[in-house]
Design a binder for this molecule. Structure first.
Ligand code: HEM
Length: 370
């Protein structure tokens, strides 16, 4: 039911299409997320972090979530479209993506009809959506015409695989799914990571030290090399995704009669699965309420049973490797030069489309000024 509703927002993309269609869409989109492409994406992410943090000033109070949305929007657009410099167009495009993404709440996902009510906010949303769709249609046509690999997601979405390829409509729906799912979840992950480091100066110093020692990409180092040299930063990211799992709930349908514990689940039943609840089970994660990045020392979170921030199975997040790398490199890129200090007031998890840190503001302190 949830995904059928979402279909009116992001079309028939991978996350929302009927099961029968999913396997083919997934197979055709998968090459865009191949490990071999990560170094190119990592370079793009680092450039966007540099551009955003270059606007920051010592002593500034940062409204963290909107700032991280802006960073995630920039990084996602830049990893999707490298065919040409988007020039002055990019500011309007970023605004349209932000309007589109900000508008979607869990309530609107459950009741998409709300988007059609004649309110000023909805009018603005529809304009942004129309602008985005126009842009996507023009870009898809241009990528098809030129047929080159620009090292971005869009080149791969428009390429044929085994003489089959995504149709223009399928590319458009895939792109909308990536924009909606990727941007909000990544931004929330960034924001929680900065919150956690603001609370613990020793941990913050450790991450800063690690980040300052690491060679930047573009000097013969791959994304995997740089990631390997950031074990503490990776631990922080894994722990943020455990403790503040951005995707706190998602639905599944039982394909056959089954049982979970003592409960019988008949075929066709809708089940809500909460990674948040799973991640706070003391039998799986001892002292689950403690933020402890050291629990990941020497462990690959992707291999740990019960750690499911990206879901599992055939529809596990297709962007999980890219997302984990983006979170790690962005955090390292920020913390290398900035200490973010807490401001008065409490920060609470707010379950929206993703689990947001409500009330999070931080004061920027430039490290070399301290
Ligand atoms: C911290 C960041 C992210 C989190 C926590 C996250 C989490 C998730 C989750 C929980 C799902 C549903 C999995 C399931 O049903 O089992 C999902 C699906 C998906 N995600 Fe992500 N995601 C993130 C970032 C991204 C990024 C960066 C992209 C693309 C660039 C992306 C693209 C997708 C797509 C296309 C799907 C649908 C996959 C399918 O149904 O086969 N996500 N994500």
């Amino acid at each position: 039911m949830f995904y059928e509703n979402m279909r009116s927002i992001v079309g028939d993309g991978m996350a929302t299409c009927p099961l029968a269609k999913h396997k083919r869409l997934r197979r055709l989109a998968q090459p865009a997320f191949h490990s071999g492409r990560m170094t190119g994406y990592a370079r793009t992410v680092q450039a966007q972090v540099d551009a955003v943090t270059a606007t920051w000033r010592h002593g500034q109070i940062l409204d963290v979530l909107p700032e991280m949305r802006s960073l995630a929007t920039r990084s996602t657009l830049a990893t999707m479209f490298c065919r040409r410099d988007l020039g002055p167009e990019v500011a309007g495009l970023r605004r349209a993506v932000t309007d589109f993404v900000d508008h979607q709440t869990i309530l609107r996902m459950i009741a998409p009809g709300l988007n059609r009510l004649p309110t000023r906010r909805n009018h603005r949303y529809r304009e942004s959506e129309a602008r985005l769709l126009r842009f996507l249609d023009e870009e898809i046509a241009a990528y098809r015409r030129d047929g080159a690999d620009h090292g971005d997601l869009m080149s791969m979405f428009t390429t044929a695989l085994d003489s089959d390829r995504l149709s223009d409509k399928e590319v458009r729906d895939t792109a909308m799914t990536v924009l909606l799912g990727g941007i909000t979840a990544t931004a929330v992950g960034h924001a929680w990571a900065l919150h956690q480091l603001s609370q613990d100066s020793a941990l913050d110093a450790e991450v800063a030290h690690e980040a300052q020692a690491v060679t930047r990409l573009g000097q013969g180092h791959t994304a995997a090399d740089v990631m390997a040299r950031l074990p503490r930063t990776r631990g922080v990211v894994a722990e943020v995704l455990r403790m503040r799992s951005p995707s706190w709930i998602f639905p599944r349908v039982a394909v056959t009669d089954t049982a979970i514990g003592s409960r019988r689940i008949p075929a066709g039943a809708q089940v809500l699965l909460s990674p948040y609840v799973l991640h706070h089970r003391p039998d799986l994660f001892p002292s689950p309420e403690a933020f402890d990045p050291y629990r990941w020392d020497g462990r690959d979170p992707h291999q740990v049973k019960g750690w499911l921030p990206f879901g599992a199975g055939e529809s596990k997040c297709i962007g999980y490797e890219l997302a984990f790398m983006d979170l790690t490199l962005s955090l390292a890129g920020i913390i290398r030069s900035w200490r973010l200090l807490p401001c008065p007031g409490s920060v609470r998890p707010r379950p929206r489309l993703h689990l947001e840190p409500h009330g999070l503001t931080l004061r920027l302190t430039e490290r070399n000024q301290r």
